[in-house]
Write a protein that binds this ligand. Structure first.
Ligand code: GDU
Length: 173
């Protein structure tokens, strides 16, 4: 399974991403700014050839990602066709097929959290590409799977986890 940018948390707010130290990735960094743990998001470059100049990625909710795996297991396990064997490997893109810029993610998170997310523009990060998004049609055609959750859903669930667990798993009894 070829993951694009998995983000989000369980909708209960009980399971989420708790990176050690300073988060490397955008979504947990934004969440820590929203909760007041970090001052502002450093946006790595606004001079890319993208609609607003910031990097574009295909963010996918972890629950959609999990559903993609279940769909793949269903394809492998077909008791009604026991003679059908799968050999070798097949790659499936697990993404929404839609890209969002850094500024769009910040804006969606502001809406989800109802908090101001401060940011500043810095140099590009070495190794980053301008944009990356999936063609997930093969997963839809062959597995009957497609991502359902929007970037706002991803931000809302991340925020629920972060606001219920301001200190991550360390804060839990
Ligand atoms: O503090 C930050 C962090 C990220 N970004 C930007 O936000 C976007 C997403 O960055 P992430 O670090 O969240 O994700 P990447 O797409 O860089 O990386 C992800 O995809 C990679 C493969 O492309 C690897 O799988 C990696 O582990 C995984 O996190 C990029 O445009 C990046 O420049 C910022 O502006 N500020």
């Amino acid at each position: 399974m070829r993951y694009f940018n998995p983000v989000g948390a369980h909708p209960s707010g009980l399971i989420g991403e708790d990176p050690l130290g300073i988060p490397n990735n955008l979504m947990p960094y934004i969440a820590q700014v929203a909760i007041g743990k970090r001052e502002c998001v450093t946006v790595f470059g606004n001079d890319y050839d993208t609609p607003d100049g910031t990097g574009v990625r295909d963010y996918i909710h972890i629950e959609d990602l999990a559903a993609g795996h279940i769909a793949a297991l269903r394809k492998l396990h077909q008791p009604e066709q026991p003679e059908k064997e799968f050999k070798g490997w097949i790659a499936y893109n697990l993404g929404t097929g839609k890209g969002h810029s850094v500024l769009e993610v910040i804006s969606a998170f502001q809406k989800a959290s109802n908090r101001e997310i401060k940011y500043c523009i810095a140099e590009r990060r070495l190794g980053d590409v301008a944009q990356s998004f999936a063609d997930a049609n093969k997963a839809f055609t062959e597995l009957g799977w497609k991502a359902e959750k929007t970037i706002l859903d991803m931000c809302e669930d991340t925020w629920r986890w972060q606001s219920q667990n301001p200190n991550g798993f360390h804060g839990t009894a």
